[in-house]
Write a protein that binds this ligand. Sequence first.
Ligand code: PHE
Length: 445
Amino acid sequence: MKIARFSRIGFILAAAGSAVGLGNIWKFPYITGENGGGAFVLIYLCTITFIGLSLFIAEVLLGKAARNDVVSSFETLAPKNGHLWKYAGFMIFTGVLILSFYTIVIGWILKYIVVSFTALPTSIKDAGDAFGTMVSTETLTQFIFFTIAFFITIFIVKKGIKKGIEKVNLILMPLLIFILLGLFLYSTTLAGFSQAISFLFVPDWSKVTDTTVLKAVGHAFFTLSLGMGTIMTYAASLPNHTNILKASISVAVIDTAIALIAGVVIFSFLFNAGAQPAAGPGLVFISLPPVFASFGVLGNVFSVTFFVALAFAGITSAVSIVEPTVLYMTSRFNVSRTKALFILGSVAYICGSMALLSNIKEFASYVTFGGKGFFNILDFASSSIMLPLGGIIIAIFVGFVMPKERVYKLLKDYMNDTVFNIWYFLIKFITPIAVLMVMINKIFF
Ligand code: PHE
């Protein structure tokens, strides 16, 4: 099967669109808040540079070398035992799990876009109550917005790499950057701006605990969409002469810059209102609306703009979560994209519905297993087990299974020998060990 090719900028925007998601704008600020700010940011920057980037290069290399779906890529690139290595392609199914809860969160964001047109809650308590009530009691509303988010994602993927994914990213990514830069420029005029800068960039080492480093590693590759074949799948459509190193660095830089800009914007607004940085996962849903409310009508404009940007970021990531499985099904079983999406979509929609119900009081007991709600199970199983496992397998495959000369040949045009040797050392030893540490820490502690 012939795989469509991105344009050069199309690949970078699509890969950046995948990387920049809820992880950057929703998750990065709150985990930074919980882990003491500057010191966490510094550790995160190091892990992106040394672990995330090397794994990213590895995925691009595999995708470009095989130009195939993830399962077939492992099968054909393994020098021997391809029939066994194809099972490494299991990692694409992580996408079904992530999609299920990711679209629920995008649904919340869509609801908040609508809410932004009405009177916003004026206190943190009211905002917390509103968010809590929505998540734990408003079944129908959540289903409506979850379903909308779900179908937007499926619809874009159905249109394919060129007409769907590339086109949407070409429009939404520049818009997202434009909105965030606008909010950023405004935030520089706020009194909270300098406090936000020192919170994010002046490290306070006393706040660093033993799990801070591990959290940073885990987030580094969640935010770069690593460990489930997304980047491999997009790289299968990489134009021939794209410089793998430069493209990978560009995506990592865009991803990191957006996380930092989102952090500065959110903390400037928060400190301006005297709110607390360590508000946890509800940070953007609970802490921001009252801050926006204090700006009057202008606050409604900020609120709509902010949540629209967040929805764009989420949708461009959601499509990248679906594509690896769709490519696998269409290329291995010769089914149409529509049929593949119907099968995959049905499974993810059922999982998503169970996850949604697990947050609702009356239904929670039916979808709670081993004391954990299904929503949390999906989140935990994917980010703490499946993605890290996928990351380790990719690192081992590139570092130990593929012959070094083959890997060298694929990269030599884009980096000199010193850079290659550093990268090879990182992918062979540092990445698998660091990721293993993250997994053990997350599962047992
Ligand atoms: N990188 C996305 C984010 O930061 C999440 C994601 C994970 C997307 C894995 C694709 C694959 O939100």
